[in-house]
Design a protein around this ligand. Structure first.
Ligand code: NAP
Length: 269
């Protein structure tokens, strides 16, 4: 598939439909799960995608999926908690794919425990990965977005932001992502940048598989039990979240900003 150069519009598909503009997107934690599905979605939507994860090797499979489908992707290794690594990663993306104007802050970890057993290290790791990571990445990418006068940031929150036993660290981080989102939406709106949060419920990924293993449950049984509590009677797939993120990153979503959208198969508040 032939691709336009960065910044160049693709040919319109349907007469009267504006040509989708090809942007450069960065998706953190894109080696697997929701991040991988999001990188694939954004690439299918015509964007060049930086698949950022802890190591370049970790992102190789996602990059191969995108390239096999005719898309453009680059694997970038960086720990989102590290300011120097984030700066270098965003600089490399700008050089090799074009200035990034779409950012999905998806990298995440869980370190579950009840408060009285929750170590300082597990508290700090979770808060730093989600909040410091999103802060550093957003700060680096907004320079390109404000220069372009256009941008999209989507932050991964969670239904756990509403409170979840054994997840004081994770719930605090995911509630923090919501305040961070609303504040950036207020600050960056005048530069054409929208900022939203998606808050998934139960999505079948390695993260929820690890939770099942920790609880000594078979992952299939764990998913069945979860599905019974969800109005649509199934657990989520990474693509359920990725498709919403794809929309929020689109030109058509320019008047949607500062929102927290739950993707949980039913209402949550
Ligand atoms: P996942 O399968 O565990 O994938 C997360 C990815 O982030 C992994 O590749 C991980 O690398 C990477 N990562 C972790 N720390 C990083 C760091 N410091 N720098 C760069 N990359 C890092 O998780 P997921 O289930 O797809 O979840 C994705 C996001 O959605 C997370 O923010 C999560 O909290 C949120 N979420 C998930 C669910 C769910 O049910 N799955 C529900 C609500 C919200 P390593 O594997 O090497 O650590």
């Amino acid at each position: 598939m032939s691709r336009p150069t960065p910044g160049e519009a693709e040919a319109p598909g349907t007469p009267g439909t504006p040509a989708p503009t090809r942007r450069t997107a960065v998706v953190t934690g894109a080696a697997r799960g929701i991040g991988a599905a999001t990188a694939v979605r954004l690439a299918a939507d015509g964007h060049a995608v930086a698949v950022l994860d802890l190591t370049e090797e970790a992102g190789a499979a996602t990059v191969a999926r995108i390239r096999d489908a005719g898309g453009t992707a680059l694997a970038v290794g960086a720990d989102v908690r590290d300011a120097a690594q984030v700066e270098a990663a965003v600089g490399r993306v700008a050089e090799e794919l074009g200035a990034p104007t779409i950012l999905v802050n998806n990298a995440g970890v869980v370190r579950d425990n009840l408060l009285f057993k929750l170590s300082e290290d597990d508290w700090d790791t979770v808060i730093a990965t989600h909040l410091r990571g999103a802060y550093l990445m957003s700060k680096a990418v907004q320079a390109h977005q404000t220069a372009a006068g256009w941008g999209r940031i989507v932050n991964l929150s969670s239904s756990s932001a509403l409170g979840n036993r054994g997840q004081a660290n994770y719930a605090a981080a995911k509630a923090g992502m919501q305040g961070f989102t609303k504040t950036l939406a207020i600050e960056l709106g005048k530069f054409g940048v929208t900022v939203n949060a998606v808050a998934p419920g139960f999505i079948a990924t390695d993260m929820t598989a690890a939770t099942a293993a920790r609880l000594g449950m078979d992952f299939e049984d764990f998913q069945k039990a979860a599905a019974e509590t969800i109005p649509v009677r199934r657990v989520g797939r990474p693509e359920d979240v990725a498709d919403l993120i794809g929309y929020l990153c689109d030109d058509r979503a320019g008047f949607v900003s500062g929102q927290v959208i739950y993707v949980a198969g039913g209402p949550l508040d």
